[in-house]
Design a protein around this ligand. Structure first.
Ligand SMILES: [Zn+2]
Length: 57
């Protein structure tokens, strides 16, 4: 049971990709940030931008 809606209602994100892989990466990053794991968060951020370049450009 995922509640992956909400939280993003305010800020408009232009060209927000909606693919499952991106959602997974985003989720992983959110969890790392929540856990205060900056190293993992930074690594996942890299994975995220790599994914955007590779798949969505
Ligand atoms: Zn994607």
């Amino acid at each position: 049971m995922n509640r992956s809606t909400a939280e993003h209602g305010v800020t408009p994100e232009p060209q927000r990709p909606r693919c499952q892989e991106y959602q997974d990466i985003k989720h992983e990053r959110a969890q790392a940030l929540e856990a205060g794991d900056r190293q993992t968060a930074a690594r996942v951020t890299e994975t995220m931008s790599a994914h955007l370049w590779k798949v969505h450009v």
